[in-house]
Design a protein around this ligand. Structure first.
Ligand SMILES: *Cc1c(COP(=O)(O)O)cnc(C)c1O
Length: 421
Protein backbone atom coordinates (compact mmCIF):
# COMPACT_ATOMS: atom_id res chain seq x y z
CA UNK A 1 0.00 0.00 0.00
CA UNK A 2 2.71 2.46 0.96
CA UNK A 3 4.91 2.55 -2.11
CA UNK A 4 8.44 1.57 -1.37
CA UNK A 5 10.62 4.04 -3.21
CA UNK A 6 13.34 1.38 -3.41
CA UNK A 7 15.97 2.91 -5.64
CA UNK A 8 14.42 6.25 -4.90
CA UNK A 9 15.14 8.90 -7.51
CA UNK A 10 14.99 11.37 -4.61
CA UNK A 11 18.43 10.21 -3.53
CA UNK A 12 19.96 10.78 -6.95
CA UNK A 13 22.38 13.56 -7.56
CA UNK A 14 21.98 16.89 -9.30
CA UNK A 15 20.53 20.22 -8.29
CA UNK A 16 17.13 20.24 -6.60
CA UNK A 17 15.60 21.50 -9.85
CA UNK A 18 17.20 18.70 -11.87
CA UNK A 19 16.04 16.09 -9.39
CA UNK A 20 12.53 17.51 -9.43
CA UNK A 21 12.48 17.42 -13.23
CA UNK A 22 13.62 13.78 -13.18
CA UNK A 23 10.88 12.87 -10.73
CA UNK A 24 8.27 14.68 -12.82
CA UNK A 25 9.37 12.84 -15.95
CA UNK A 26 9.11 9.50 -14.14
CA UNK A 27 5.71 10.33 -12.58
CA UNK A 28 3.07 7.95 -13.95
CA UNK A 29 0.34 10.40 -12.86
CA UNK A 30 1.95 13.47 -14.45
CA UNK A 31 -0.69 13.77 -17.17
CA UNK A 32 -3.40 14.45 -14.56
CA UNK A 33 -1.92 17.89 -13.87
CA UNK A 34 -3.35 19.00 -17.24
CA UNK A 35 -6.83 18.32 -15.89
CA UNK A 36 -6.75 21.29 -13.51
CA UNK A 37 -7.45 24.96 -14.17
CA UNK A 38 -4.10 26.74 -14.31
CA UNK A 39 -3.53 29.72 -12.07
CA UNK A 40 -1.72 32.63 -13.69
CA UNK A 41 0.36 33.84 -10.79
CA UNK A 42 0.85 30.70 -8.70
CA UNK A 43 4.18 28.95 -9.25
CA UNK A 44 3.87 26.48 -6.36
CA UNK A 45 0.45 25.59 -4.94
CA UNK A 46 1.18 23.82 -1.68
CA UNK A 47 -2.21 24.06 -0.02
CA UNK A 48 -4.25 21.41 -1.78
CA UNK A 49 -5.00 20.00 1.67
CA UNK A 50 -6.97 23.14 2.53
CA UNK A 51 -8.59 23.89 -0.81
CA UNK A 52 -8.11 21.66 -3.83
CA UNK A 53 -7.70 23.27 -7.24
CA UNK A 54 -10.67 23.29 -9.62
CA UNK A 55 -10.62 20.74 -12.42
CA UNK A 56 -11.18 21.98 -15.97
CA UNK A 57 -14.19 19.68 -16.14
CA UNK A 58 -15.67 21.39 -13.07
CA UNK A 59 -15.19 24.84 -14.54
CA UNK A 60 -17.27 23.70 -17.50
CA UNK A 61 -19.79 21.77 -15.43
CA UNK A 62 -20.45 24.75 -13.16
CA UNK A 63 -21.01 27.08 -16.11
CA UNK A 64 -23.27 24.59 -17.92
CA UNK A 65 -25.26 23.91 -14.79
CA UNK A 66 -26.61 27.45 -14.61
CA UNK A 67 -28.04 27.35 -18.12
CA UNK A 68 -28.67 23.71 -19.03
CA UNK A 69 -29.81 22.40 -15.66
CA UNK A 70 -30.96 25.08 -13.26
CA UNK A 71 -32.03 27.49 -16.01
CA UNK A 72 -33.60 24.90 -18.28
CA UNK A 73 -35.14 22.42 -15.88
CA UNK A 74 -36.05 24.81 -13.05
CA UNK A 75 -38.07 23.16 -10.29
CA UNK A 76 -38.37 19.95 -12.34
CA UNK A 77 -34.68 19.39 -11.68
CA UNK A 78 -35.43 18.21 -8.16
CA UNK A 79 -37.51 15.26 -9.34
CA UNK A 80 -35.23 14.52 -12.26
CA UNK A 81 -31.96 14.32 -10.36
CA UNK A 82 -31.16 16.74 -7.59
CA UNK A 83 -33.16 15.06 -4.83
CA UNK A 84 -31.12 11.88 -5.14
CA UNK A 85 -27.69 13.54 -5.30
CA UNK A 86 -26.76 13.36 -1.59
CA UNK A 87 -26.88 9.57 -1.75
CA UNK A 88 -25.66 8.98 -5.31
CA UNK A 89 -22.65 11.25 -4.83
CA UNK A 90 -22.23 9.73 -1.37
CA UNK A 91 -22.05 6.25 -2.88
CA UNK A 92 -19.45 7.44 -5.39
CA UNK A 93 -17.30 8.90 -2.61
CA UNK A 94 -17.75 5.66 -0.69
CA UNK A 95 -16.70 3.49 -3.64
CA UNK A 96 -13.86 5.70 -4.88
CA UNK A 97 -12.08 6.79 -1.72
CA UNK A 98 -13.65 5.33 1.44
CA UNK A 99 -13.84 1.58 0.85
CA UNK A 100 -17.57 1.78 1.61
CA UNK A 101 -20.31 -0.29 -0.01
CA UNK A 102 -23.39 1.63 -1.24
CA UNK A 103 -26.05 2.92 1.11
CA UNK A 104 -23.75 4.12 3.89
CA UNK A 105 -22.40 7.47 2.72
CA UNK A 106 -24.31 10.73 2.33
CA UNK A 107 -23.36 14.26 1.39
CA UNK A 108 -24.94 16.85 3.60
CA UNK A 109 -23.92 19.78 5.72
CA UNK A 110 -20.48 21.05 6.72
CA UNK A 111 -18.13 18.61 8.43
CA UNK A 112 -18.82 20.49 11.66
CA UNK A 113 -22.57 19.91 11.48
CA UNK A 114 -22.20 16.28 10.38
CA UNK A 115 -19.85 15.69 13.32
CA UNK A 116 -22.48 17.13 15.62
CA UNK A 117 -25.23 14.95 14.18
CA UNK A 118 -23.21 11.73 14.23
CA UNK A 119 -21.76 12.23 17.71
CA UNK A 120 -25.22 12.95 19.10
CA UNK A 121 -26.59 9.88 17.31
CA UNK A 122 -23.79 7.75 18.75
CA UNK A 123 -24.29 8.97 22.32
CA UNK A 124 -28.01 8.34 22.10
CA UNK A 125 -27.28 4.82 20.84
CA UNK A 126 -25.14 4.10 23.92
CA UNK A 127 -27.31 5.43 26.77
CA UNK A 128 -25.45 3.40 29.40
CA UNK A 129 -22.11 5.05 28.55
CA UNK A 130 -21.13 8.67 29.12
CA UNK A 131 -17.53 9.11 27.97
CA UNK A 132 -16.11 10.33 24.66
CA UNK A 133 -12.42 9.90 23.85
CA UNK A 134 -10.82 12.69 21.83
CA UNK A 135 -7.31 14.11 21.48
CA UNK A 136 -5.89 17.57 22.09
CA UNK A 137 -4.33 17.57 18.62
CA UNK A 138 -7.66 17.17 16.86
CA UNK A 139 -8.94 19.97 14.65
CA UNK A 140 -10.57 22.84 16.60
CA UNK A 141 -14.06 22.28 15.23
CA UNK A 142 -14.00 18.63 16.32
CA UNK A 143 -12.95 19.61 19.84
CA UNK A 144 -15.44 22.46 20.02
CA UNK A 145 -18.37 20.33 18.84
CA UNK A 146 -17.49 17.68 21.41
CA UNK A 147 -17.19 20.24 24.19
CA UNK A 148 -20.62 21.57 23.30
CA UNK A 149 -22.18 18.11 23.22
CA UNK A 150 -20.53 17.15 26.50
CA UNK A 151 -22.08 20.20 28.15
CA UNK A 152 -25.44 19.59 26.50
CA UNK A 153 -25.64 15.88 27.34
CA UNK A 154 -23.66 15.69 30.57
CA UNK A 155 -20.98 13.54 28.91
CA UNK A 156 -17.33 13.45 29.92
CA UNK A 157 -14.49 14.04 27.46
CA UNK A 158 -11.44 11.84 28.01
CA UNK A 159 -8.53 13.71 26.45
CA UNK A 160 -5.53 12.03 24.86
CA UNK A 161 -2.41 14.16 24.40
CA UNK A 162 -0.37 12.85 21.49
CA UNK A 163 3.12 14.09 20.69
CA UNK A 164 2.69 17.32 18.70
CA UNK A 165 4.81 16.06 15.79
CA UNK A 166 2.97 12.76 15.70
CA UNK A 167 -0.54 11.58 16.55
CA UNK A 168 -2.69 9.16 18.50
CA UNK A 169 -1.41 5.58 18.86
CA UNK A 170 -3.38 2.38 19.49
CA UNK A 171 -1.66 2.04 22.89
CA UNK A 172 -2.88 5.48 23.96
CA UNK A 173 -6.43 4.59 22.99
CA UNK A 174 -6.19 1.22 24.74
CA UNK A 175 -5.08 3.06 27.88
CA UNK A 176 -8.20 5.19 28.10
CA UNK A 177 -11.18 3.21 26.73
CA UNK A 178 -13.32 1.18 29.08
CA UNK A 179 -16.86 0.23 30.06
CA UNK A 180 -17.83 3.91 30.25
CA UNK A 181 -16.66 4.79 26.72
CA UNK A 182 -19.50 5.53 24.32
CA UNK A 183 -17.43 6.85 21.42
CA UNK A 184 -13.88 7.49 20.21
CA UNK A 185 -13.49 10.51 17.89
CA UNK A 186 -10.16 10.91 16.12
CA UNK A 187 -8.71 12.30 12.91
CA UNK A 188 -7.26 9.74 10.54
CA UNK A 189 -4.64 12.23 9.35
CA UNK A 190 -3.75 14.90 11.92
CA UNK A 191 -4.36 18.35 10.44
CA UNK A 192 -1.14 19.83 11.82
CA UNK A 193 1.50 17.11 11.90
CA UNK A 194 0.10 15.02 9.06
CA UNK A 195 0.36 11.89 11.24
CA UNK A 196 -1.58 8.97 9.76
CA UNK A 197 -3.28 7.03 12.53
CA UNK A 198 -3.51 3.25 12.56
CA UNK A 199 -7.25 3.39 12.02
CA UNK A 200 -7.69 -0.34 11.59
CA UNK A 201 -6.08 -1.24 14.92
CA UNK A 202 -7.54 1.69 16.86
CA UNK A 203 -11.03 0.78 15.65
CA UNK A 204 -10.52 -2.75 16.99
CA UNK A 205 -9.23 -1.45 20.32
CA UNK A 206 -12.33 0.72 20.71
CA UNK A 207 -14.65 -2.10 19.72
CA UNK A 208 -13.01 -4.46 22.21
CA UNK A 209 -14.10 -1.98 24.90
CA UNK A 210 -17.63 -1.88 23.48
CA UNK A 211 -17.26 1.67 22.18
CA UNK A 212 -18.21 3.13 18.81
CA UNK A 213 -15.65 4.90 16.61
CA UNK A 214 -15.96 8.03 14.49
CA UNK A 215 -13.09 8.88 12.14
CA UNK A 216 -12.66 12.40 10.81
CA UNK A 217 -11.36 11.86 7.26
CA UNK A 218 -10.95 15.51 6.21
CA UNK A 219 -7.24 15.14 5.50
CA UNK A 220 -7.38 11.58 4.20
CA UNK A 221 -10.26 11.26 1.73
CA UNK A 222 -8.76 11.40 -1.75
CA UNK A 223 -5.13 11.22 -0.60
CA UNK A 224 -4.63 8.08 1.49
CA UNK A 225 -6.41 4.72 1.20
CA UNK A 226 -9.36 4.31 3.54
CA UNK A 227 -11.17 0.99 4.12
CA UNK A 228 -14.16 1.86 6.29
CA UNK A 229 -16.04 -1.40 5.68
CA UNK A 230 -12.99 -3.63 6.07
CA UNK A 231 -11.92 -1.85 9.25
CA UNK A 232 -15.42 -2.15 10.71
CA UNK A 233 -15.67 1.60 11.29
CA UNK A 234 -18.99 2.79 12.72
CA UNK A 235 -19.08 6.44 11.73
CA UNK A 236 -17.02 8.86 9.67
CA UNK A 237 -17.16 12.39 8.34
CA UNK A 238 -14.96 14.45 6.09
CA UNK A 239 -14.51 17.49 3.90
CA UNK A 240 -14.93 17.52 0.15
CA UNK A 241 -13.16 20.81 -0.57
CA UNK A 242 -9.70 19.49 0.35
CA UNK A 243 -8.44 16.46 -1.61
CA UNK A 244 -11.85 15.98 -3.26
CA UNK A 245 -11.68 19.42 -4.94
CA UNK A 246 -15.36 20.26 -4.41
CA UNK A 247 -14.67 24.01 -4.18
CA UNK A 248 -14.91 26.46 -1.28
CA UNK A 249 -17.64 25.42 1.14
CA UNK A 250 -18.68 22.29 -0.74
CA UNK A 251 -20.73 20.06 1.58
CA UNK A 252 -19.10 17.30 3.61
CA UNK A 253 -19.78 13.56 3.58
CA UNK A 254 -20.88 11.35 6.42
CA UNK A 255 -20.69 7.57 6.76
CA UNK A 256 -22.83 5.37 8.98
CA UNK A 257 -22.18 1.62 8.96
CA UNK A 258 -25.20 -0.17 7.47
CA UNK A 259 -25.75 -2.34 10.52
CA UNK A 260 -26.10 0.67 12.80
CA UNK A 261 -28.44 2.83 10.76
CA UNK A 262 -31.75 1.45 11.96
CA UNK A 263 -30.76 1.96 15.59
CA UNK A 264 -29.59 5.53 15.18
CA UNK A 265 -31.44 8.79 14.94
CA UNK A 266 -29.91 12.21 14.56
CA UNK A 267 -30.82 15.44 16.33
CA UNK A 268 -31.58 17.79 13.42
CA UNK A 269 -34.86 16.31 12.31
CA UNK A 270 -35.59 17.98 9.02
CA UNK A 271 -37.98 17.09 6.25
CA UNK A 272 -35.24 15.90 3.85
CA UNK A 273 -34.32 13.09 6.22
CA UNK A 274 -37.87 12.15 7.07
CA UNK A 275 -39.64 9.07 5.77
CA UNK A 276 -41.90 10.98 3.40
CA UNK A 277 -40.54 14.46 2.66
CA UNK A 278 -43.33 15.49 0.31
CA UNK A 279 -46.27 14.27 2.40
CA UNK A 280 -45.91 17.37 4.56
CA UNK A 281 -47.19 15.24 7.45
CA UNK A 282 -47.76 16.25 11.08
CA UNK A 283 -44.81 14.46 12.69
CA UNK A 284 -41.24 13.41 11.92
CA UNK A 285 -40.31 9.81 11.35
CA UNK A 286 -36.79 9.01 10.11
CA UNK A 287 -36.33 7.75 6.55
CA UNK A 288 -35.06 4.22 6.12
CA UNK A 289 -31.35 3.88 5.67
CA UNK A 290 -28.70 6.53 5.47
CA UNK A 291 -31.06 9.23 4.17
CA UNK A 292 -32.21 9.75 7.77
CA UNK A 293 -28.97 11.62 8.41
CA UNK A 294 -29.94 14.44 6.03
CA UNK A 295 -31.74 17.47 7.43
CA UNK A 296 -32.60 20.26 4.99
CA UNK A 297 -32.46 20.93 1.25
CA UNK A 298 -29.15 19.63 -0.10
CA UNK A 299 -26.48 21.93 -1.56
CA UNK A 300 -26.84 20.82 -5.18
CA UNK A 301 -24.44 23.39 -6.65
CA UNK A 302 -21.88 22.44 -4.01
CA UNK A 303 -21.99 18.81 -5.11
CA UNK A 304 -21.06 19.46 -8.75
CA UNK A 305 -17.29 19.92 -8.75
CA UNK A 306 -16.44 16.99 -6.48
CA UNK A 307 -17.93 14.64 -9.07
CA UNK A 308 -15.22 15.57 -11.57
CA UNK A 309 -12.46 14.98 -9.04
CA UNK A 310 -14.00 11.62 -8.20
CA UNK A 311 -13.79 10.77 -11.91
CA UNK A 312 -10.07 11.56 -11.91
CA UNK A 313 -9.41 9.68 -8.67
CA UNK A 314 -11.26 6.64 -9.97
CA UNK A 315 -9.25 6.73 -13.17
CA UNK A 316 -5.90 7.10 -11.37
CA UNK A 317 -6.74 4.65 -8.58
CA UNK A 318 -6.23 5.47 -4.91
CA UNK A 319 -3.16 3.25 -4.55
CA UNK A 320 -1.33 5.09 -7.33
CA UNK A 321 -2.43 8.37 -5.75
CA UNK A 322 -1.01 7.23 -2.41
CA UNK A 323 2.25 6.12 -4.02
CA UNK A 324 2.74 9.56 -5.55
CA UNK A 325 1.78 11.23 -2.28
CA UNK A 326 4.51 9.27 -0.49
CA UNK A 327 7.04 10.29 -3.14
CA UNK A 328 5.98 13.95 -2.96
CA UNK A 329 6.19 14.21 0.83
CA UNK A 330 9.46 12.21 0.80
CA UNK A 331 10.97 14.59 -1.74
CA UNK A 332 9.74 17.58 0.28
CA UNK A 333 11.43 16.19 3.40
CA UNK A 334 14.68 15.55 1.50
CA UNK A 335 14.76 19.17 0.33
CA UNK A 336 13.78 20.50 3.75
CA UNK A 337 16.65 18.56 5.34
CA UNK A 338 19.06 19.83 2.75
CA UNK A 339 18.00 23.45 2.37
CA UNK A 340 16.01 24.51 5.43
CA UNK A 341 17.17 22.50 8.44
CA UNK A 342 20.58 24.25 8.24
CA UNK A 343 18.66 27.53 8.69
CA UNK A 344 17.03 26.36 11.92
CA UNK A 345 13.85 24.84 10.46
CA UNK A 346 12.44 21.83 12.31
CA UNK A 347 10.44 19.00 10.73
CA UNK A 348 7.15 18.60 12.65
CA UNK A 349 5.75 15.62 10.72
CA UNK A 350 6.38 11.87 10.88
CA UNK A 351 9.39 10.70 8.90
CA UNK A 352 8.02 7.20 8.47
CA UNK A 353 6.02 7.33 5.22
CA UNK A 354 3.68 4.64 6.54
CA UNK A 355 2.62 7.04 9.31
CA UNK A 356 2.40 10.17 7.15
CA UNK A 357 -0.51 11.65 5.22
CA UNK A 358 -0.11 13.96 2.24
CA UNK A 359 1.21 17.06 3.95
CA UNK A 360 4.41 17.99 5.74
CA UNK A 361 4.68 20.62 8.45
CA UNK A 362 7.87 22.51 9.20
CA UNK A 363 8.40 24.92 12.08
CA UNK A 364 10.40 28.13 12.34
CA UNK A 365 9.80 31.29 14.37
CA UNK A 366 9.93 33.50 11.26
CA UNK A 367 7.32 31.59 9.24
CA UNK A 368 4.42 33.93 9.97
CA UNK A 369 6.42 36.78 8.38
CA UNK A 370 7.72 34.56 5.61
CA UNK A 371 4.24 33.41 4.59
CA UNK A 372 3.20 36.91 3.48
CA UNK A 373 6.18 37.17 1.16
CA UNK A 374 5.65 33.69 -0.24
CA UNK A 375 2.00 34.34 -1.07
CA UNK A 376 2.94 37.62 -2.79
CA UNK A 377 5.29 35.71 -5.09
CA UNK A 378 2.87 32.92 -5.90
CA UNK A 379 4.24 30.29 -3.52
CA UNK A 380 1.24 29.16 -1.51
CA UNK A 381 1.59 26.94 1.53
CA UNK A 382 -0.38 27.78 4.69
CA UNK A 383 0.49 28.68 8.25
CA UNK A 384 -0.57 26.94 11.44
CA UNK A 385 0.13 28.42 14.85
CA UNK A 386 2.40 28.85 16.54
CA UNK A 387 5.09 28.65 13.85
CA UNK A 388 4.27 25.94 11.31
CA UNK A 389 4.23 26.08 7.53
CA UNK A 390 2.18 23.27 6.04
CA UNK A 391 3.13 21.96 2.63
CA UNK A 392 0.01 20.21 1.39
CA UNK A 393 0.69 18.06 -1.66
CA UNK A 394 -2.35 17.00 -3.63
CA UNK A 395 -1.11 14.04 -5.68
CA UNK A 396 -3.02 14.58 -8.93
CA UNK A 397 -2.35 18.31 -9.19
CA UNK A 398 1.05 18.87 -7.54
CA UNK A 399 4.34 18.46 -9.39
CA UNK A 400 7.72 17.70 -7.88
CA UNK A 401 8.94 20.93 -9.44
CA UNK A 402 6.34 22.85 -7.44
CA UNK A 403 7.71 21.28 -4.28
CA UNK A 404 11.25 22.26 -5.25
CA UNK A 405 10.28 25.82 -6.25
CA UNK A 406 8.37 26.14 -2.97
CA UNK A 407 11.15 24.90 -0.70
CA UNK A 408 13.76 27.04 -2.46
CA UNK A 409 11.50 30.10 -2.13
CA UNK A 410 11.14 29.39 1.60
CA UNK A 411 14.93 29.22 1.86
CA UNK A 412 15.39 32.54 0.05
CA UNK A 413 12.71 34.20 2.18
CA UNK A 414 14.27 32.90 5.40
CA UNK A 415 17.71 34.11 4.36
CA UNK A 416 16.24 37.56 3.70
CA UNK A 417 14.27 37.65 6.93
CA UNK A 418 16.21 39.83 9.38
CA UNK A 419 14.89 38.07 12.50
CA UNK A 420 15.74 34.60 11.30
CA UNK A 421 19.48 34.90 10.86
C1 LIG B 1 -10.77 21.04 7.48
C2 LIG B 1 -11.22 20.26 8.67
C3 LIG B 1 -12.48 20.48 9.23
C4 LIG B 1 -13.36 21.59 8.71
O1 LIG B 1 -14.69 21.50 9.07
P1 LIG B 1 -15.74 22.44 8.33
O2 LIG B 1 -17.01 22.19 9.00
O3 LIG B 1 -15.70 22.09 6.87
O4 LIG B 1 -15.28 23.87 8.50
C5 LIG B 1 -12.87 19.66 10.28
N1 LIG B 1 -12.05 18.69 10.76
C6 LIG B 1 -10.82 18.48 10.24
C7 LIG B 1 -9.94 17.39 10.78
C8 LIG B 1 -10.36 19.27 9.18
O5 LIG B 1 -9.15 19.08 8.68
Amino acid sequence: MTSSPGASPTTSTGSPAERAATLDRADPLARFREEFVPSEDVVAYLDGNSLGRPTRASAERLARFATEHWGARLIRGWDESWYGLPLTVGDRIGATVLGAAPGQTFVGDSTTVILYKLVRAALDARPDRTEIVVDTGNFPTDRFVLQGIAAERGATLRWLSPEPDAGVTPAQVAGVVGPGTALVVLSHVAYRSGHLADADVITRVAHDAGALVLWDLCHSAGAVPVELDAWGVDLAAGCTYKYLNGGPGSPAFGYVRAGLQATMTQPIQGWMGSDAPFEMGPAYAPHEGVRRFLSGTPAVVGMLAMQDMLDLLAEAGIDAVRAKSVRLTGFALDLVDELLVPLGVRVASPRDPARRGSHVTIDHAAFEQVLRRLWAQGVVPDFRRPDGLRLGLSPLSTSFTEVQVGVEAIRTALLDEPASA
